[in-house]
Design a protein around this ligand. Structure first.
Ligand code: BG6
Length: 477
């Protein structure tokens, strides 16, 4: 059995990691504009600064200058035969602070032009509304999604986009990897809910509060999209990493289940329109009381049309004798899976985990799915003749696409498309590096901000072109 004939092959990027031009076209400052670069070699994490400070390195200010190179890039995507292209709309190009009444026309026009450029080649844009960014003013002055008023600001932004682009964009997603915040650290909280932690804050409470408001905002946006145009399809976007027990010991198995509960309850709310019981019990135990009757109605009326998810790796957990009733995990529970190899960033390579993930979602929700991110970050080496022999990337993608085909063929999952991450080198979201590269297209720019942003094809470029041309039948190189 082959993949469906209209299978959406493509690639995915995000506005803040690619566009740059952080002060052009009336754009406001976004949360990712105040995140410094980190460094995989020294282990230095990205830092959040209080506004844009002189002397700091903010890689998202320049991205890979997609804002000015998009025509050239879309042309290269078309050459590979892309059927679709996933990116996000920078909220700050449309509402620079978030609380304005009227959108910024110049920002809207930029995406009109980008989407038109895609359609020129028969490429369908697939759009995420909030990919790890919100206006900095909304985070700083209002408290981001810990403030209920962020719901209205997001829905206003979503409605403007649905109305404006309804005839150019069919597939939408609300919040990118909404469940990353389950790990309750400042980086994830700022990217997902723009929560700025202060000394003494209850970070876990703030995470659940902002996640709840985002879920309500998402549901209201889904409903608004359907009211504006019933043809629009709005999905969620979940960061999925299969969680395995490190051994058959029952406590390890239960711990893996606990980790799945903690990391993936968000999709239950998106897809079923209500909270799962284990989270409601947790809220009762902890005295969290922020779900109103009105919220429940909104959640039930705004169930997603499909499940979008990213997949890069799998995890294994080991029980360390804590939380013996809830089996909630702590970071130390995640242990190395000795059966798997890992990337230079420690991401464990597990193609079968992708098949597992497709089944996990489909068994529960029976909704169509789209794999909207999957790829391999590596230190690429440019040879003297200008080529990049990224065989490791081809190997990674081939094994994962094979797993997808098996899930469709043997397990019967309903898969709409696959957008690998990222067809062109861009800034890494977790580390802020340029040198963690994913692309089929090499961008001449590095961590030290050297380079001219020129684009060139890697070995994997022609390989993916053939994969698309044969609808995934020929994965050889
Ligand atoms: C996903 C994000 O988590 O993984 C992307 O949605 C991100 O924004 C991608 O870029 C790869 O992660 P990283 O940290 O290697 O860029």
């Amino acid at each position: 059995m082959a993949l469906r004939e209209d299978f959406l092959w493509g690639g995915a990027i995000a506005a803040h990691q690619a566009e740059g031009a952080w002060q052009e076209g009336g754009k406001g400052v976004s949360c990712t504009d105040v995140e410094t670069a980190g460094d995989n070699v020294t282990g230095a994490p990205r830092r959040l600064t209080d506004g844009v400070l002189p002397g700091e390195d903010y890689p998202n200010h320049v991205g890979v200058d997609f804002y000015h190179h998009y025509k050239e890039d879309v042309k290269l995507f078309a050459e590979m035969g892309f059927k679709c292209f996933r990116t996000s709309i920078a909220w700050t190009r449309i509402f620079p602070r978030g609380d304005e009444d009227k959108p910024n026309e110049e920002g809207l026009k930029f995406y009109d032009d980008l989407f038109d450029e895609c359609h020129k080649y028969g490429i369908e844009p697939v759009i995420t509304l909030s990919h790890f960014e919100m206006p900095w003013a909304l985070a700083k002055e209002y408290g981001g999604f810990t403030n209920r008023s962020a719901i209205d600001m997001f829905v206003k932004f979503a409605k403007v986009c649905f109305e404006r682009y309804q005839h150019k964009v069919k597939y939408w997603m609300t919040f990118n990897e909404i469940n990353n915040q389950a790990d309750v650290n400042q980086h994830n909280l700022i990217q997902e809910g723009a929560v700025l932690l202060k000394e003494g804050d209850d970070a876990e409470y703030l995470m659940y509060l902002s996640a709840h408001y985002e879920l309500v905002a998402s549901a209201l946006a889904v409903k608004a999209a359907h009211d504006i145009n019933p043809d629009l399809q709005v999905g969620c976007m979940i960061g999925m990493n299969a969680v395995y027990p490190a051994s058959p010991k029952p406590e390890d198995v239960m711990n893996a289940l606990g980790a799945m509960h903690q990391k993936y309850w968000y999709v239950e709310v998106h897809a079923r329109g209500h909270y799962p019981q284990h989270i409601l019990r947790k809220f009762e135990r902890k005295g969290y009381d922020f779900i109103t009757e009105e919220d429940k109605v909104a959640l039930a009326a705004g169930k997603v049309d499909y499940i979008g998810f990213s997949y890069y790796m799998s995890f294994a957990t080991e029980y360390h004798g804590h939380n013996e009733k809830t089996f909630d995990y702590i970071p130390e529970d995640f242990v190395r899976n000795t059966y798997l190899k890992a990337s230079d960033w420690g991401w464990q390579i597990d193609p079968l985990g992708l098949r597992w993930a497709l089944n996990w979602f489909y068994d529960r929700f029976e909704l169509p799915m789209m794999i909207v991110e999957n790829g391999f970050g590596a230190f690429d080496k440019k040879e003297a003749d200008g080529t990049v022999n990224d065989q490791y990337r081809i190997d990674y993608l081939r094994s994962h696409i094979q797993a997808i085909k098996d899930a469709v063929d043997y397990d019967g999952v309903d898969l709409l498309g696959y957008t690998m991450w990222s067809p062109i080198d861009i800034v890494s979201a977790s580390t802020g590096e340029y040198d963690k590269r994913y692309g089929f297209i090499y961008v001449n720019y590095n961590n030290a901000h050297e380079g001219d942003f020129s684009r060139s094809k890697k070995k994997s470029f022609d390989w993916y072109k053939k994969v698309i041309a044969t609808n995934g039948e020929d994965l050889s190189d």
